[in-house]
Ligand binder design. Structure first.
Ligand code: IPM
Ligand code: MN
Length: 361
């Protein structure tokens, strides 16, 4: 029987509560679909930082390298200055493990309310492939004359052809395998590049040339579109049905995926994967630690459950992943009153039970 070694990092705030439900669903799936999970918990997060001053040490990264996958709850603590834990844990893991893809499905599940008038699950059904290793996230830059009236701050967007090409390759392959034609819900598989070629004439010029070269040569079966990032924000609201697979740089990807998340029902449901297709990937609900709901049993665990679902898909347990996907859809369509914390009509662990029971059926 196949055994997956999974590092579990519940983290801060409501992270442990939602992670417990994701693990519950994983256990139901492994019992049903004939694989095993070997879970090891790590306490990286705000409490540990307060106790020891340590975020994610290099020795922790070396530990994490030994796993097949990482399941993360949430990082962020009200007593810790913003940036320390995000940079020291989340971004450190992404960079040290070279998780160069951030995969963010934007899918509206049945029964879930969207702020987009007149749009439903058929229209809101696309995926953002966000490059996750470069851009303004590399920390390239600095200050001169800091603290004076003449202070200058520079923070550069950085991309190498290598980074761009490996991301585009992933995105084209993803569009071929999971695009709208491949899923039987459209007539073609489309990859759209989201950029800003009218102003960022170096960075997105590189992206655009690499995009068309690779598409022409290796992926002639995939339709290529291009949108400026500002216009993309408009169309994500007005005509989300135009999109299939989008690919973009790290910073634009960060911004547009939060817009995407709110159109799919918000932080209760949105999940993301930090992928190293050749190494160790890390899956997370994107909502954060929600300190004000900590310990109340009211937070929605579906995003964490969807993160576990994505993890199984990437690990190759496609049947189990599909079953969890269907179970979550059943629960949103037939059970939950709302996705919002405290308004679901069920407690956190009851929602986990509802999904786990569906998976076990
Ligand atoms: C995300 C988050 C992170 C990012 C933060 C917490 C560093 O916003 O995963 O989208 O900017 O990538
Ligand atoms: Mn973000």
């Amino acid at each position: 029987m196949k055994t997956y070694k999974i590092a579990v990092m519940p983290g801060d705030g409501t992270g442990p509560e939602v992670t417990a439900e994701a693990v519950k669903v994983l256990n139901a799936a492994s019992a049903k679909f004939g694989f095993k999970t070997d879970l090891t918990e790590f306490d990286f997060g705000g409490e540990r930082y307060k106790r020891t001053g340590e975020t994610l040490p290099d020795s922790g990264v070396e530990e994490l390298r030994k796993f097949d996958s990482i399941l993360l709850g949430a990082i962020g603590h009200p007593d810790v200055k913003p940036g320390i834990l995000e940079k020291g844990i989340l971004l450190k893991a992404r960079f040290a493990l070279d998780q160069y893809i951030n995969l963010r499905p934007v899918r509206l599940f049945p029964g879930v309310e969207t702020p987009l008038k007149g749009k439903g699950p058929k229209e809101i059904d696309y995926v953002v492939v966000r490059e996750n290793s470069g851009d303004a996230y590399t920390g390239t830059g600095g200050f001169t004359m800091k603290g004076t009236a003449n202070e200058v701050a520079v923070q550069s967007a950085v991309y190498s052809r290598f980074q761009v090409d490996r991301c585009l390759k992933y995105a084209f392959e993803y569009a071929r395998k999971y695009g709208k034609k491949a899923r039987g819900v459209g007539s073609e598989n489309t990859l759209a590049l989201v950029g800003k070629t009218n102003v960022l004439t170096f960075i997105y010029d590189l992206w655009e040339r690499a995009f068309h070269e690779m598409g022409q040569k290796d992926y002639p079966d995939i339709r290529r579109d291009y949108y400026h990032v500002d216009a993309t924000c408009m169309w994500m609201v007005k005509s989300p049905e135009w999109f299939d697979v989008l690919v973009t740089g790290n910073l634009f990807g960060d911004i547009i995926t939060d817009l995407g998340a709110i159109t799919q029902g918000g932080m209760g449901i949105a999940a993301g994967g930090n992928l190293n297709p050749e190494g160790v990937s890390m899956f997370e609900p994107i909502g954060g630690s929600a300190p004000k709901y900590t310990g109340l049993g009211v937070i929605n665990p579906l995003a964490a459950i969807c993160a576990a679902q994505m993890m199984l898909e990437v690990l190759g347990e496609e049947k189990a992943a599909k079953k969890i996907d269907e179970a979550v859809k059943f629960v949103t369509a037939n059970k939950l009153k709302s996705l919002a914390a405290g308004k679901m009509g069920f407690s956190t662990s009851q929602v986990g039970d509802l999904v786990a029971n569906e998976v076990a059926k």
